[in-house]
Ligand binder design. Sequence first.
Ligand SMILES: [Zn+2]
Length: 355
Amino acid sequence: MVVVPLKHHRMQFPREVIVGHGVIERIGEISRRLGFTESALIIAGSKTFDVAGRRVKELLEKKEGMTVQTFLVECAGTRDVEAVENRIKALKPQIVFAVGGGTKIDVAKCSSANQHIPFISVPTTASHDGIASPLSSIKGSEKPYSVVAQAPLAIVADTKIIMQAPWRFAVSGCEDVIAKFTAVKDWKLAHEDRDEYYGGYAASLALMSAKHVMQNVGLMKTRNEEGLRILLEALISCGVSMSIAGSSRPCSGSEHLFGHALDAIRPNHGMHGERCGVGTIMMTYLHGGNWKRIRNALQKLGAPTNARKLGVEKEDVIKALKMATSMRPERYTILNKLNLRGQSYEHLAKATEVI
Ligand SMILES: [Zn+2]
């Protein structure tokens, strides 16, 4: 009898997730409970250190008697990751605290994973699902998209702190969640057409998060802390769905490929969620879905729905649509299935009023 070895599927989850007003004050207790009582390294930006990092340091040092070092980063490039890794090697902390928005968390996640120590995510914005996912996106690396690093051991999301960030960040976070509508459709398509692994549970979780945000668009509009809590829970669920899937599949499809392409063409124009949001309008159209419903929701949120509002040219949008599949050739989506050519890209952008 031939014994076929079972395929391994590894899932890594956060052990503690705390979301709410003022929860940063509990950072010492969380650290202690997880067994980190001696040393820590805080990775933050200069602004996010002021917003939350300093308080984390104080709490760990004064109340827990821990030795806490700080390392400030401003970008999320390969050099930043290398610098943090060198810091980890020199200081040998038990745990890394990632205090910041997307970039700081990405750097801390990637460098701590490379150095085989855990990290705790302390987001200061709710602008995308990277605050809770096991994936990190590093500029200047070979891949223009997120790659698997490690899941945070804990997430401490203090809504009182996150409320201080411009509301545009939260809107971007909502869009990153709404993008799961097309991401999940693309994943299912890859399963049907290419026999790619598809995890129904992970897909449902991502989809449920997107529905939840859609249902609460009205509340989000009022810019209150309760809306932010709902968004954070949705972003964290998306992160967990990627942990279950073992990849970004449930959360990143053709709309993200468009977003990545647009970011490559026009760096620093619009936020991650904003680019993906506009992508979701167009990809919903391609999937034969109700793209107007997506656009209405984005409009209600005050999010950009066209090239002008994104601050890019019409040509950039068309170029990004053409480039999207090449951003990640192995990721099969509706764009591969329809294999658009020539004028079809322009037609798509015009039909959805993106240009
Ligand atoms: Zn995203």
